[in-house]
Design a protein around this ligand. Structure first.
Ligand code: GLU
Length: 503
């Protein structure tokens, strides 16, 4: 058991809706916090105003609510480290930037975009890649290549500048990640990343590191895409003399069609939903449904997501949120990317469906009420029990059970055309007489009578067409028994008439 002061954060940027990976990061943070009696914090990382997308924040809050993984602290919840928006914390970042500058861990850089573009082109021309690093910085326009006086003049003349982190070359950086183990990076491979932008705003790296420290974050649990930033973050911590948090970088969620990872930037080309709840595209107002709208239960969604990259180490797969909290451990998270499988997501939903029979009842009841169909409660329950194993979602119940309430309004065209003959009519007329003569109209008796008839298979198919309209549905004799003799015969007569009309 860890100390009781575990503090983790979910730190999304408001650049659009969360996708599966984003909400899984939130979930793992939540599970870890709850497991250790700690706090789960929501921080909005809105340093990049250019990528700001309206409604992202309300989307994030609503999604967390839907998943029942609400923060203890942060945006929408308050807390002692308010504000939890990075855009409102610039004074804090400036204070620390000044410290870094004073200690010589950061420097001013005055190179214009054009200067840097020119350099990039020059390097490209020579088959090299330009990066602002320890090998090159002494040849560029920054405070490291100026006297103190020159620097003051430059700053006084209000030249636009950025502040860069000064990477110390020739060092071997040893780091640890709970999921990936030891990680070694040579500082010679790192560039001097911008910490303060020319508009005076902090970059993600600066704001993220400072906030994690100031907000007393003990464990940084985030997506693998942030692993390359870990070196810089660790160096920033060290430069400021701060103890390091623990790091855990979660594996990517991959598409199982081999087309790479699921990310915010390639959301159009999926053949499965990637948003937890619906997203209305601000510009076009087009609504993209999420798992919630498509009929997934939040418990099933959360259960599925929890196992997408984490192995609870037991045979079972169905866990309540409380059980997930109890079993969760960062050490059992997989290192390599995990494939997302929509069939598995549907399987999870189906498992939870069994616990939602009342909801199926209400749904079905509404369906028949709008059609003014009268039927007894018992009958509805029977229908539900007979068809439940065919559905994954509540709304699917109607297409799998309508024939218990109404006669089909059309027939499967191909099969109907195939059987449009005189002899089908006589076959159905004979069957009708047999049905008529069965006194106790039970599936048992019906099966007994029809098992001996000739052309049994085709007769069964004709019955199915008459009763259901398509060659699908549960055991035909049970359908007969459920709808009763009168309705069964009516449906067979209806089919006979349709065939007569056609030939
Ligand atoms: N703001 C980052 C994002 O949108 C979070 C990175 C982190 O958790 O450190 O994914």
């Amino acid at each position: 058991m860890l100390q009781h002061s575990v503090r983790v954060r979910f730190a999304p940027s408001p650049t659009g809706p969360l996708h599966l990976g984003g909400i899984r990061t939130a979930l793992y943070n939540y599970l870890f916090a709850k497991k250790h009696g700690g706090r789960f914090i929501l921080r909005i990382e809105d340093t990049d105003r250019k990528r700001f997308v309206e409604n992202s924040e309300s989307y994030i809050l609503e999604t967390l609510k839907w998943c029942h993984i609400e923060p203890d602290e942060g945006v929408g919840y308050g807390g002692v480290y308010s504000p939890y928006y990075q855009s409102k914390r610039i004074n804090i970042y400036r204070m620390y930037i000044n410290k870094l500058l004073k200690k010589g861990y950061a420097y001013y850089a005055f190179d214009t975009d054009q200067d840097l573009d020119k350099k990039r082109k020059e390097y490209n021309h020579r088959g090299l890649t330009f990066s602002y690093n320890s090998r090159i910085r002494m040849k560029l326009n920054n405070s490291l290549t100026m006297t103190e006086e020159q620097l003051h003049d430059k700053l006084r003349s209000c030249s636009s500048y950025v502040v860069r982190f000064k990477i110390e070359p020739g060092k071997t950086l040893k780091m640890h990640d709970i999921i990936r183990g030891n990680i070694i990076v040579e500082t010679d491979h790192l560039d001097d990343k911008i910490l303060l932008k020319s508009d005076g705003g902090a970059t993600y790296h600066l704001a993220n590191t400072i906030d994690d420290y100031v907000m007393k974050i003990t464990h940084v649990i985030r997506g693998e895409e942030w692993l390359p930033s870990m070196s810089l973050h660790v160096l920033l911590y060290r430069s400021l003399g701060w103890p390091l948090p623990h790091f855990a970088h979660l594996p990517l969620i991959l598409r199982n069609d081999g087309k790479g990872k699921i990310s915010k930037r390639n959301t159009d080309s999926f053949n499965f939903p990637i948003y937890p709840i619906q997203w209305k595209i601000p510009k076009t107002k087009i609504i993209i449904p999420g798992y919630r709208e498509l009929g997934y239960f939040s418990e099933a969604f959360v259960n599925m997501l929890a196992l997408l990259g984490w192995n609870p180490g037991v045979e079972r797969e169905i866990f309540s949120l409380q059980e997930l909290i109890h079993l969760f451990s960062l050490e059992k998270i997989k290192k390599s990317g995990v494939y997302f499988d929509i069939k598995k997501a549907n399987w999870f939903n189906k498992k939870y469906l069994n616990k939602k029979k009342e909801k199926i009842f209400v749904f079905l009841f509404e369906k028949i009420k709008t059609r003014s169909i009268l039927c007894k409660k018992d009958y509805l329950w029977k229908v539900i029990h007979l068809t439940m194993d065919r559905i994954h979602f509540i709304h699917e119940i109607w297409e799998h059970s309508f024939y218990f309430f109404i006669s089909p309004h059309s027939y499967e065209v191909n099969f109907f055309n195939k059987i449009c003959h005189e002899h089908t009519i006589s076959q159905l007329e004979n069957a009708k007489i047999l049905l008529y003569n069965i006194n106790q109209f039970t599936s048992f008796n019906l099966r007994f009578v029809f098992q001996k008839t000739k052309n049994k298979n085709q007769t069964m198919q004709l019955f199915r067409l008459a009763l259901v309209g398509v060659l699908k549905g549960i055991d035909i004799f049970i359908i007969f028994e459920m709808i009763g003799k009168k309705e069964s015969i009516l449906r067979i007569e209806k089919l006979i008439n349709q065939i007569k009309e056609k030939i």
